[in-house]
Every structure is written in C-alpha cells, then in structure tokens.
Design a protein around this ligand. Structure first.
Ligand code: MSP
Length: 640
C-alpha cells in the first residue's frame, strides 16, 4: 500500500480576482493529487484564501465595503471557480476561520514561551505591497523588485521571531534532503540567500496601523504579521496539533508555489516549524511564472488572462492539457492563444482524437463493435512490442509525474500514441479484414489497439479527467473515479473481452483562433449559371483541394441560425461540418446520404460551431442542391 499524500497550493490573497497564474498552480495540485489517487485513496488536497493584512483593507476601502464583507465576496470567487476547473480539493481554508485563528495563537504562544520571540524597536524599509521589510541589499535601484516602488522608512516597536537561530539547521537540512526544495534552481537560490546572515523576522504590526489581523496572544496592541498567520494554514487545516489528519498527512506534506513566494516558503516556514517543534514539510515544489506574450501579467497592462473565458471557448480539458504540456515546471512560460490552438489541433484532435476514432470505427466495421477474445499465441506474434512500449511508457510517466515533470509525462504518453498510430499502419487491419483466414490476427491487432487506448485513457486521467471518462465509456469500461489504478495500467491485456463498444464520439473537434473567426459561411455566394468563369488554374492548383466523400451520421439545426445545419460526418474519421442548407434540406432526410466535402479547408467557426470543411453544393436561385455520387463508396474516398 502506498504512503498517504498531502498537497497544498498557496492560499491566495483576496485583493485580486483569480487569473491564469492561480489556475495553473491549483491545476498542478489537482493533477498531482489525481495521479496519487491512482495509487491510494489516502490523499488530501488543500487550497484556500489569505484574508488578513494591509492589502485587503485597502482593496475593501476601494469597493466601499467592510474588510469582512470584502473577504467574503472575493474568497467566494476563488471557491466557486475551482469546481469549474474540476479542481478536486478536499478542503478550502480561509485565514478568517475560527479554527485557523486558534492555531495561529497557539503556535505563537508556544514559540513565545520557548523564548524565540522578543520585543524590539525597529527601523526599516517597508514595502506595503509585499507587507514586509526589505534590506537595502534586496532592493533593485532602491525599489522593491516586485512592485517597483520605493519602500517607506518605518520606525516602530514590534515583536520579532529569532529566525537567525535556525539558519545553520536549515542549511544542513537542505543539504541532507536534496529534494526538500525542487527543482534544483530554487534550492540553489535559497542556499545562496542563506550564505548571508539571516535577519530575525518581524512578526507583528501595531494595531494603530493595522487592525485587520489576528491579535497576538501575548499583546493586545498588536496583530500578527500576515505571513506568520498565512503559512500556518498548512497545519491548521489538518487539525494541528492533535487532529487525526495532522498525524496522517503532515509527515508527507508537499507544497506547490510559484517563485514569487520562495523566500517565505523556503526560509520563514521551515524555521517557524522548527521553532514550534513541528517536523519540516517534505517537498517545496516551485514553478515559474506565466507571462502573456512575454510580458508580465498585470492589471495595468490589461493582459490578465481569465481562465473561465478560455474554457468557454476551448473547453476545460484542452485548457488543463495546455497548461501542463506547455510549461516546464520550474521555468517561466509565455501564454499565447495561438499556441493553445495549435496544441488542441495537433496533439488532441489529430493525434489522440484521430487514433481513438480510427480504432473504434475499425472495431465497429470489422468486429461488429465487440471487444474480441484473443488467442494468446496469436497476440504474442502480433504484439510487435506494443505491450512492452506501453509498460515502459507507464514507468517513465510515473517517474516524471512523481517529480512534477508534467510536460515530460505527457510527452511520453504522446510518444506512445504515435507508436500506436504506427502499429495501425504496420499491421494494416483493413488488409487483414479482407481474408477470412486472417480473422485471429485481425482480432489480436484490434484488441491490442483497444488495450492501448485503455492505457492512454488512464494516463491522461490526472490532466484530463472528463476525456479519460469519455474514452473509457467508449471502451465499454465500467465507470470509476479515479478511472483506474496505476497497477491496472501496468497490466497489459486487462481490457475485458466480449463487451459491446458504444458508437464512438468525437473527443476533440478542431478549433480556430478566436481572432480568426467569422470566415464566410459555406455556399454564401449564390452564382447564376451565366456567371463568367473564374480565371484558369493548373492541375497542380486543383490538386491542392482535397475533396472527399462523407456519409452523414447526424444532422441538426444550428440554434439561432436560419440557414445553417450542423452535420456530423463519417469521412473515414468523424468530422463536424456546418452547411448553409437548412432552407433546402430537412436534417432527418440527410442522415445516411453521401456528400462531397472540401476536407482540407481551414476550419471556421459559424454561429459558435466549428466547421471543419465545407459541403459541396450547386447554388441555384431556389437554394443549394447537394452534390451526390452515382453509387455508394467507402467514406473518406478521394475525388479527383
Ligand atoms: N497569500 C500569499 C500566499 C500565502 S501561502 C501561505 C500569496 N498570494 S497570491 O494571491 O499573490 O498568490 C501567489 C501565487 O499565485 C503564486 O505563488 C502562484 O502560485 C500563483 N501565481 C500568481 N501569478 C502567477 C503567474 N503569473 N504565473 C504563475 N503563477 C502565479 O502570495
């Protein structure tokens, strides 16, 4: 049985609305939790909001709200966003929760009693944006590196935590536990910081300046510094000190943060834990920043990306896939919508989507849609190493996932997808299907392909849970959450035989960049027979047009569009095409008809539906008339 698993995100400040950066960190935590759930049900995933401090008071003032009303409002935005992103957190903590406040007070009391907190006059440079004092050394040209504003000189009497006492211990701990802070660049950054003497940490704010915080248990005139309060959420949420969850999950705690908050997590937090007599966390996983077209995301630049907007257009699983595939964990990434569209069309629609529909349509065509029972000897002979490739893929995937290398984990899955596509080409089931005597071989090949799809569905589950579920439904597997265990993925040949496969669905339709939408509707230009001919073209130019025969599987009106019908076509693989023929054809009469499609036309979105090609029709004064064939031919047949 695997060890329990516990992961946290930063608790987000409630002074800004959630954006792409928050969505990324929280999705990372969700992906890693779902991955561990494929090993053990004993997992705990925590997120929440950080609600005290100057920034919140200022933001509340701007909205003419009390701090309490303001934090309730913004915290709810975060809490309500997560289900939309299929974030499966076990708990949502708020630093205004009574239970959290009690833990902060108890830990302060404990450290105060042990003598690691003292009272002293302090004069320093304070950045209100960061809510902390800066040393001259940390400033860049006299300004806060994050806010690019000059800090103010503040003199006040405050309480200090003797952080410096734990400097040597922390250095040793990091050396003895190389995976304590990862990836390595951030471990090195913390160690570099620890080369200079560590200052003590100011952990209070006088109430004369700030009231919105947790009162110090040993001095009513002060509230707790927001970081000393916030970091403790990671243990208060588990019911520290006596809670069952604390005992079970704290020893395996892993945090996920971005590089902006490396110092509080890499230095303040472990020394606070040490002083409070709590064991250090196991891993701090630090990722880079999402920039937008190479600039920092910021309100003033107006380039803040709202994850909900992207999901509305491109779908949730595609968005989650893009985040995990595109960013190398630890490095910065630049977001741009074109890259998202390319990933969807090439990795999802083309590679994965086509493989799935190709295999399922062959299973329906050649095996009446039943998962075949396979002769083990024939299977061995026709496996061609596919089973070993699957096993190797699962092993590499596991290692990469463990180490937060999501882009590599997905890369190896897509390598396997490409091996599967090659396997189809090499074994050519359509050739085997021609000979009755090749039936056992055909069954073995198709079984292996279905089995490979089962494994792919399991491997993509942490990143794309809804697609994994869809794939498994199409493979006639019993529904389960998580959809399968890692052990089941290692066991080649476990797909149950004899079950009936449902008719396949399109996993990912091709998409168009939002800014390129609005292309002309098909058949939009009625032409009279007397219209002059277009300029002459060469045979090579004509050959660029890929005309294919497709069978209409389903037809339905496009809402609010009088002329448009959405056609689901079988073109050898599934296709969606929008055609401007609604006035001339009843959707029902189209089903089963064969039509001619311009198959390589750039996709266009028409009234919210993506059209991947155009149906060919004669445009007469009384409306369009579809081009038809003399007799039926296999879907996908090319016209010349
Ligand atoms: N409240 C503190 C954290 C306290 S944890 C005990 C805080 N909050 S925050 O709202 O500013 O969130 C910072 C975190 O949001 C980053 O560490 C990262 O997880 C996420 N991101 C915010 N902007 C980001 C990007 N542009 N790119 C990637 N993630 C970023 O700091």
């Amino acid at each position: 049985m695997s060890r329990p698993f516990y992961v946290t995100t930063p608790i987000y400040y409630v002074n800004a609305r959630p954006h792409l950066g928050h969505a990324y960190t929280t999705t990372v935590a969700d992906v890693i939790t779902r991955f561990h759930r494929m090993r053990t049900p004993d997992t705990y995933f925590l997120t929440g909001t950080d609600e005290h401090g100057d920034k919140v008071v200022e933001a509340a003032k701007k909205e003419n709200l009390s701090p309490r009303a303001f934090v309730d409002k913004i915290s709810a935005l975060f809490r309500n966003l997560w289900p939309e992103l299929q974030i499966s957190n076990d708990h949502f903590i708020r630093t205004t929760d009574e239970a959290h406040i009690a833990v902060v007070k108890a830990v302060l009391e404990k450290i105060w009693k042990s003598g690691d907190i003292y009272f002293s006059e302090y004069e320093g440079l304070y950045c209100f944006g960061c809510e902390r004092f800066y040393t001259e050394r940390e400033l860049v040209e006299g300004k806060c590196p994050d806010h690019e504003t000059e800090p103010e000189l503040i003199k006040e009497a405050n309480y200090f935590f003797k952080m410096s006492r734990y400097q040597d211990w922390l250095i040793d701990h990091i050396h003895q536990n190389p995976e304590f802070i990862r990836p390595e660049r951030y471990r090195n950054e913390v160690l570099a910081f620890l080369r200079d003497p560590l200052d003590d940490l100011c952990i209070s704010r006088p109430k004369s300046r700030l009231k919105w915080g947790i009162t110090l248990p040993f001095d009513d005139n002060y509230v707790t510094y927001v970081w000393f309060d916030a970091l403790l959420n990671y243990v208060s949420a588990l019911g520290y000190p006596d809670g069952e969850k604390f005992k079970r999950f704290w020893p395996v705690a892993q945090h996920v943060v971005a590089k902006d908050i490396l110092k509080p997590h890499g230095i303040y937090w472990p020394t606070m834990l040490k002083a409070a007599g709590i064991a250090p966390y196991q891993h701090l996983n630090v990722h880079g920043y999402w920039n937008v077209d190479k600039s920092k995301m910021s309100k003033s630049l107006g380039n803040v990306i709202d994850p909900l907007e992207l999901i509305k257009v491109y779908g949730l699983d595609a968005f989650r896939f893009f985040l995990m595939r595109e960013m190398t964990f630890g490095l910065d990434s630049s977001f741009n919508e074109e890259a998202l569209v390319n990933r969807i069309n090439s990795d999802l629609a083309n590679d994965l989507g086509n493989l799935m529909s190709r295999v399922l349509s062959m299973a329906h065509k050649y095996l009446k849609g039943t998962v075949p029972q396979v002769d083990p000897d024939v299977e061995k002979q026709f496996n061609l190493g596919l089973g070993d490739q699957a096993k190797q893929c699962v092993t590499e995937y596991e290692n990469f996932m463990e180490g937060f290398q999501f882009h590599n984990a997905l890369r190896v899955v897509w390598e396997f997808i490409s091996q599967m596509n090659k396997y189809v080409d090499v074994t050519s089931p359509w050739v085997l299907a021609k000979e009755k005597t090749s039936r056992p071989q055909l069954e073995a090949v198709l079984y292996n392909l279905l089995e490979g799809l089962r494994i792919i569905s399991g491997l993509i589950y942490p990143v794309m849970p809804a697609t994994a579920e869809k794939m498994q439904k199409n493979l006639a597997m019993a529904p389960a959450d998580p959809c399968c265990s890692l052990d089941q993925l290692r066991a080649w040949g476990s797909l149950a035989a004899g079950t009936s496969l449902p008719k396949s669905v399109v996993l990912f339709p091709r998409v168009t960049l939002e800014s390129e939408k609005g292309a002309a509707a098909p058949n939009s230009e009625p032409a009279s027979p007397t219209k002059p001919l277009k300029p002459e073209i060469s045979i090579e130019e004509f050959a660029k047009v890929d005309l294919r025969v497709a069978t209409v599987v389903r037809a339905e009106p496009v809402p609010k569009a009088k002329k448009l019908l959405k056609l689901e076509l079988d073109l050898g693989s599934p296709r969606t095409v929008v055609a401007g023929i609604a006035g001339s054809y009843d959707p029902q009469e189209l089903v089963g008809k064969q039509v001619v499609v311009v198959a390589n036309l750039k996709p266009a979105k028409l009234m919210g539906v993506v059209s991947n090609g155009m149906v060919v029709a004669a445009v007469t004064d009384s409306g369009p008339v579809l081009a038809a064939l003399d007799k039926p031919v296999p879907p996908g047949t090319m016209l010349r």
